[in-house]
Design a protein around this ligand. Structure first.
Ligand SMILES: Cc1ncc(C[n+]2csc(CCOP(=O)(O)OP(=O)(O)O)c2C)c(N)n1
Length: 550
């Protein structure tokens, strides 16, 4: 086996292997040659080559999102590293361990007129959990910083940046390492959790407890905890699609419940205790409801962070959701009718929803209804921003389907790359459902040699950013079309051809049913099903849905 001659590169490789990091996403360049040579020469590592650093970082993010373990991205010096920023910020807000290894020139070569050189140290400072600005010569300080970076990425769940200065020559190799890293003990601070009696009392007494679950990985809560949540009459559970948490009594179409509520119903839903766990929440309507009808107590449970999303946060419980629920759920309140009263409202809504969905013309609404019913069980659904994830929230879906979306920053800049990264490691058929602008934005995602043959993209082409027709402020003007909707006549057929994907298209219900069946059954090539929907009708159908729910 060959090793890079530069000792600093040797120590990074040794530490990565020792920390169990397996997946390395490399973008081309010369300055990073010592790392590229080292990673690719060691069969322990699984290396991916992706030219576009923006896409590479989202691809790595998708792998890390699925495995919940650090994934390394490696790039050359200069603007290359800045292209990692969108995924880096997403990793920060979605709490995903992404490790950036950026090659650099030694500090004395910065800002002296050398090419492909920028100020790289601390370049992600605003969103980085740890910045290791290494020195050119290997040292115990370097070893400590590298180990600390991996430790922080795992313990604090998020992105870290290791900036690595290399001097030429960069391509030389040796047959055995000449440097061995020094190891440091990084003690994990134990977080014993005990719930104070006053909180137990408060919980026991509260007749109205609303549990709102944001983004979560599947299988975070054990079956008996889910049952205990479902069997307490004082608890209403609202779940988002990205919470991956299911029970027939949980309400998983939040906007369908909330939108038509009247004053007295809002009052009935207003909780004594709002308990939240999980990551970002998609529904704007639940945020608005809770900001206007504040709970007496808002408790957030998370080992790391608590956002005061509703202006009502009273307590951050520094533990994981399962531990917390195990502590409170035995203290059941059997006299409340909170759950029963909301369940009544919910059943009415479901009937209205069903009646309306039957009657709508071909539109985004109809297509999302179709997709949510027709996706195969046990698959994974990756969803882009922004109206795709909002529509997905409106329809029931089989609980065996896991759902992911880049809601950390809600960017449209990496959904396809993230989905492809996820599909490479998740071991299940993966579908991406995306709008046209998001898809076209991240079309370099398809410039990727690792696409599984059963990776499928469902592309809703409504001729532009349909979300802007739904948001307040829409007026049918040239300014709106050009600067908000960015309307266009593009389609994905040429991209599909260029990247060797199978391509199917649908323009109405009949062709959708036919083409979807073919799309689903062919697994020889990754594929795109492009569904064209009527640009100017979509928002009307959606707005009418909310009106008709009343
Ligand atoms: C990087 C980035 N730039 C801009 C935005 C603002 N934005 C949100 S949704 C959207 C349009 C999305 O359009 P499309 O992908 O066609 O989906 P649709 O709304 O039609 O479903 C834009 C530009 C963003 N979220 N991220």
């Amino acid at each position: 086996m060959r090793y890079p001659k530069i000792p600093l590169a040797q120590s990074i490789l040794e530490i990565c292997q020792h920390k169990g990091v397996k997946h390395i996403v490399i973008s081309p360049g010369s300055r990073n040659a010592p790392l590229t040579i080292g990673f690719t020469n060691n069969p322990y590592f699984i290396c991916y080559s992706i030219a576009d650093e923006r896409s590479a970082a989202f691809f790595a993010l998708g792998i890390a999102q699925q495995l919940q373990e650090p994934v390394v991205v490696v790039c050359t010096s200069g603007s290359a590293v800045l292209n990692y920023y969108p995924a880096f910020a997403e990793a920060f807000y979605s709490q995903i361990p992404l490790v950036v290894l950026s090659a650099d020139r030694p500090q004395h070569k910065i800002d002296i007129g050398d090419g492909q050189t920028i100020r790289q140290e601390n370049v992600f400072a605003n969103h980085s959990l740890f910045n290791a600005n290494l020195n050119e010569l290997p040292s115990e300080d370097n070893d400590a910083m590298i180990q600390q970076a991996f430790f922080v990425a795992v313990q604090q769940k998020g992105p870290v940046h290791i900036n690595v200065p290399f001097e030429e020559p960069l391509y030389e190799t040796v047959s055995a390492p000449t440097y061995t890293a020094k190891w440091f003990d990084l003690p994990i601070v134990s977080t014993q959790f005990a719930l104070e009696d006053s909180f137990v009392e408060c919980w026991k007494k509260a007749p109205k407890k609303l549990i709102l679950v944001g983004e979560l990985s599947p299988n975070v809560l054990q079956h008996e905890l889910i049952e205990a949540l479902a069997n307490d009459p004082s608890i209403v559970v609202l779940t988002e699609k990205t919470s991956n948490l299911h029970h027939s009594s949980f309400i998983d179409q939040i906007d369908t419940l909330i939108t038509p509520l009247k004053e007295d119903e809002f009052n009935a839903l207003q909780p004594d205790i709002l308990l939240t766990f999980g990551g970002m929440v998609v529904s704007k309507r639940i945020k608005s409801f809770l900001r206007n009808y504040k709970p007496t107590h808002h408790w957030h449970v998370d080992r790391l962070r608590a956002y005061d999303t509703y202006g009502a946060l009273t307590k951050h419980f520094n533990t994981d959701s399962a531990t917390f629920l195990r502590a409170v759920l035995p203290h059941k309140n059997n006299v409340s009718n909170y759950k029963a009263s909301i369940a009544g409202l919910w059943q009415d809504r479901l009937v209205q929803h069903h009646n309306y969905a039957q009657s709508v013309p071909f539109s985004d609404f109809k297509v999302f209804d179709f997709i949510c019913r027709m996706l195969p069980n046990e698959c994974q659904l990756q969803v882009s921003n922004s109206s795709a994830i909002r529509y997905i929230q409106l329809f029931p879906m089989d609980p065996s389907i896991s759902v992911f979306c880049n809601r950390g920053t809600s960017g449209i800049d990496g959904s396809t790359s993230t989905a492809i990264g996820a599909s490479v490691v998740n071991g299940v058929p993966t579908f991406l459902v995306t709008g046209d602008i998001g898809f076209l934005y991240d079309s370099n995602a398809l410039w990727n040699n690792y696409l599984p043959a059963n990776f499928k993209i469902i592309l809703l082409n409504n001729g532009g950013g349909g979300i802007f027709r739904i948001l307040p402020g829409h007026e049918e003007t040239a300014t709106f079309n050009t600067f908000f909707e960015t309307s266009h006549q593009l389609n994905a057929s040429h991209l599909a051809k260029m990247y060797g994907l199978a391509y199917f298209e649908a323009h109405d219900e009949i062709s959708l049913t036919q083409q979807y069946a073919v799309f689903l059954s062919q697994n020889e090539k990754p594929s795109i099903l492009e569904i064209f929907t009527p640009e100017k009708l979509n928002d009307q159908v959606l707005l009418n849905f909310f009106r008709k729910l009343v």
